[in-house]
Write a protein that binds this ligand. Structure first.
Ligand code: C5P
Length: 238
């Protein structure tokens, strides 16, 4: 599918609306993350929905199941199309998110973050096994997320090859942050991929953040990313 979600990682509602304006119309999903939600709250989701965007509310919930269920229900009632939880919160917690989101009756889906793309085995906090088997862990968290009823997972594009091999053709839905069109700077991300690489690896929803939003001309940067994606899709069909 290879759709784009643009990370609206800005500090105010005004900046979010200005970014939406600068991007121009398009099918891209608006990802509202912690920064924008902490500053502008539900108004940011409502305003972007009113402007015709589908909204991915990326709050990465990680709490006890009861609290996550309530938060997911509230996010669903707000009209979020997609929300995130941490798969490491456990199967019961992910299931509570799925149930809470569904209770709002608006079709809100849940995706579960496996291992953050800003972490690699060398920078993992204490509590993770050493040596750390990233591929096996991400695969186990995918299975957990599916058992709990999640739509899919958030992972690095680089994780997709190993996952696919382990799944023996069973499809799964993947959201991949850490995307750097044409090799733009990695910033604080450790596990990055270009748009073309993520498309070739079968990523479903590619998250584009600073590579677009910090560009001098976000609309042109998005157009270039779309072109990179379309060329990669075309070469897959050849
Ligand atoms: O600017 P950049 O492209 O690095 O932004 C990536 C976006 O994806 C940020 O909004 C970040 O919060 C989000 N994200 C991530 N890694 C995850 C899940 C979400 O970077 N595992």
């Amino acid at each position: 599918m290879s759709a784009f979600a643009i990370a609206f990682d800005v500090g105010t509602l005004e900046q979010a609306l200005a970014l939406d304006e600068r991007l121009g119309p398009g099918p891209e999903v608006a990802k509202v993350g912690l920064q924008l939600f902490a500053s502008a709250g539900p108004a940011a989701v409502r305003a972007l929905k009113e402007r015709g965007r589908r909204v991915f509310l990326d709050l990465k919930l990680h709490d006890i199941p009861n609290t996550v269920r309530g938060a997911a229900a509230a996010a669903g009632a707000l009209g979020a199309d997609l929300i995130t939880v941490h798969a490491t919160g456990g199967e019961e917690m992910v299931r509570a998110a799925v149930e809470g989101a569904a209770s709002a009756g608006q079709g809100t889906r849940v995706v579960a973050v496996t291992i953050l793309t800003s972490l690699d085995p060398a920078s993992l906090p204490p509590g993770f096994a050493r040596p750390f088997d990233l591929e096996a862990t991400v695969a186990a968290l995918l299975e957990l997320s599916e058992r709990a009823g999640a739509l899919g997972i958030v992972c690095s594009a680089a994780d997709l090859t190993g996952l696919r091999a382990r799944r023996h053709g069973r499809p799964f839905f993947s959201v991949t942050p850490g995307i750097r069109p044409g090799g733009a700077p990695a910033h604080d991300q450790k596990r990055v991929a270009t748009v073309a690489e993520a498309v070739a690896l079968g990523a479903d929803l590619l998250v584009l953040g600073r590579a677009i939003t910090a560009a001098a001309d976000p609309r042109a940067a998005l157009a270039a990313a779309r072109a990179e994606r379309d060329a990669a899709l075309a070469s897959l069909q050849r």
